[in-house]
Design a protein around this ligand. Structure first.
Ligand code: IPM
Ligand code: MN
Length: 357
């Protein structure tokens, strides 16, 4: 029996609405071909609404989001709003409110995409970063004292509980087990962060030995991880790490797969409401020009379908994206694709609709 998914669509700021429109076009083509329904609802959240009304995510909207099967987000970030307000008030608010404890970031170099790493091709870059998404320096613990004086003190604390670490590790081990190479690397900093990453490392080996003996375990310090991601990305299969390191290494990873035009992520609670997004920003200077690359948003839509259980549709979207990168686009960069934003959406959507024949 075919299902209908209720999806909240938050275009957000800058080019967010433009890329999300193309993602929706592709989702609709997939729904048609694979016979499932989409009940899409738009939500006006972002910098413009905040400047107009002072609202970030009104409680009533939060309640509606809670009843959705998934959320598709464009981008958050507005040049007239001080950094931190929209990020904390909208993006992080939704992540925390729905306890989206996994930030899943696939790193895959698609055919035809220019890679900044010398002599590396699609066969070398195909891994996934599982970034913990609720704890660490993101938990909001900290403060100032004597602010504005020469003796000012600023504290921002990284906090992890065993529960948070275990549930993230379990997700990562399960993911690694489903992949052919069955290898999970913990990215930490046990030589300096001797409390937080000591906890991660103990939990990693305990869980691995007891519950996932078939998954190979590796450990890398975060600085070395960055080095190997550039030098030998083919070493990686699944990387699991804390929130802050995960934030940083996934931007590095994104650039190795062709940049923000292609990199997508999911903020996941396996049994709750998850949110999928292109990981690039709102790119205000390109707003309304129809030049931004929508593939990252389209890939986020594909991840969303995979998450809700429409695997075949998700695979069809990925194949269509690969067809377009391999055969159509000149570059992934805004304004240099050889096509407009809407044309790229059309190319992917028609490939999804026709099954590629
Ligand atoms: C990301 C972003 C966010 C983060 C910002 C915008 C709060 O950089 O999704 O990686 O730090 O998590
Ligand atoms: Mn980031």
């Amino acid at each position: 029996m075919s299902r209908t998914y209720k999806v909240a669509v938050i275009g957000g700021d800058g080019t967010g609405p433009e890329v999300v429109r193309e993602a929706v076009k592709v989702l609709q083509a997939a729904a048609q071909r694979f016979s499932f329904g989409l009940d899409l609802r738009d939500y006006d959240l972002g910098g413009d609404r905040y400047l107009r009304t002072g609202e970030l995510v009104p409680d009533s909207v939060l309640e509606e989001l809670r009843r959705c099967d998934a959320i598709l987000l464009g981008a958050i970030g507005h040049p007239d709003v001080k950094p931190g307000i929209l990020e904390k008030g909208i993006l992080l608010r939704i992540r925390f409110e729905f306890d989206q404890y996994i930030n899943l970031r696939p790193v895959k170099l698609y055919p035809g995409v220019e890679c900044p790493l010398k002599d590396k091709g699609p066969e070398h870059i195909d891994y996934v970063v599982v970034r913990e998404n609720t704890g660490d320096l993101y938990c909001g613990a900290g403060g100032f004292s004597m602010r504005g004086t020469p003796h000012e003190v600023a504290i921002q604390t990284s906090i992890y509980t065993r529960f948070q670490v275990d549930r993230c590790l379990r997700y990562a081990f399960e993911l690694a087990r489903r992949r052919p190479r069955k290898t999970l690397a913990l990215c930490g900093k046990t030589n300096v962060l001797t409390y937080v990453y000591d906890l991660w490392e103990r939990a990693f080996h305990e869980m691995g030995a007891k519950e996932f003996p078939d998954v190979k375990r590796e450990y890398y310090h975060v600085d070395a991880t960055c080095m190997w991601m550039v030098k030998n990305p083919e070493w990686f299969d699944v990387i699991v790490t804390g929130n802050m390191f995960g934030d940083i290494i996934t931007d590095l990873a994104a650039i190795t797969q062709g940049g923000m035009g292609i990199a997508a992520g999911g903020n996941i609670h396996p049994d709750g409401v998850s949110m999928f997004e292109p990981i690039g920003g709102s790119a205000p200077k390109y707003t309304g020009k129809n030049v931004i690359n929508p593939l990252a948003a389209i890939c986020a839509g594909g991840m969303m379908l995979k998450h809700v259980g429409e695997e075949r549709a998700a695979e069809a979207i990925e194949r269509a994206v690969m067809y377009v990168t391999a055969n159509k686009l000149k570059s992934l960069a805004a304004g240099r694709m050889g096509y407009t934003t809407t044309e790229v959406g059309d190319l992917v959507a028609s490939h999804v609709a026709s099954g590629g024949d």
